[in-house]
Design a protein around this ligand. Structure first.
Ligand code: MN
Length: 221
């Protein structure tokens, strides 16, 4: 028999108004037509949104690409399964006997899907803030282990610091070309260091400089 749901609620630090939602989240499709697949669908979207919002707020210097990579590492099945194991979620899972015997890979994905379903159940039961609190609480160690905010400084700052650390002269930025109508301009900017030269296009001089610096850093590495 599964341990009481109240113990899981205590572990999650969340009490359900509607325990049926938690039961549904814990029910694999091998057991019932009323299973966690629809909740998993919603929970996946919530997790992506909440992690995206967190990264957006915490890493103002991070590019879209950097935030995407960080998010992907956090929302992937392996990470979720590890969190689920930490919660001992498997103890509460309602699965058919065939599924219980299935290989560990299947089990990993069942665990991660179940955790996503729980996120949706908390959202439907207690609202967005409750869901966000739960996710950020569960992810606390993972979020703390992410690259420090300083490593995601904007590219111009990172390039400057890199060059200074290697006793090289500071980069020079030149506007090579301004394209388009005055109200819809784009800028072609070059970034020149002792070792490399990068040219980038941006909708403002500042954006073009940042992109050129990013490319220069990539060439240096
Ligand atoms: Mn999933």
């Amino acid at each position: 028999m599964n341990p009481p749901l109240s113990r899981l609620c205590a572990t999650l630090d969340y009490g359900f108004q509607q325990p049926a939602l938690l039961e549904e989240a814990l029910t694999h499709r091998s057991v019932s037509a009323r299973n966690n697949e629809r909740l998993e669908f919603l929970g996946d979207a919530l997790l992506n949104l909440i992690i995206a919002e967190y990264l957006f707020q915490q890493y103002p210097g991070a590019s879209e690409g950097e935030m995407s990579r960080l998010r992907a590492s956090l929302v992937k099945g392996e990470t979720l399964a590890e969190l689920a194991r930490g919660l001992k979620l498997g103890d509460w899972l309602r699965m058919g006997p065939g599924e219980l015997k299935s290989g560990s890979f299947r089990r990993e994905s069942i665990l991660s899907d179940t955790l996503e379903a729980i996120f949706a159940a908390v959202y439907l039961d207690g609202g967005f803030v409750a869901c966000r609190d739960l996710i950020l609480r569960l992810y606390r160690d993972w979020l703390a282990g992410l690259v420090s905010a300083s490593e995601l400084k904007d590219p111009k700052t990172r390039l400057q610091e890199h060059l200074q650390a290697h006793q090289q002269p500071l980069p020079i930025y030149n506007v090579l070309e301004i394209r388009g109508e005055p109200h819809l301009q784009s800028f072609v900017v070059e970034c020149v260091t002792a070792a490399v030269r990068a040219v980038a296009l941006g909708s403002s001089r500042r954006k073009a400089e940042q992109e050129a610096a990013r490319q220069a850093l990539e060439q240096i590495r």
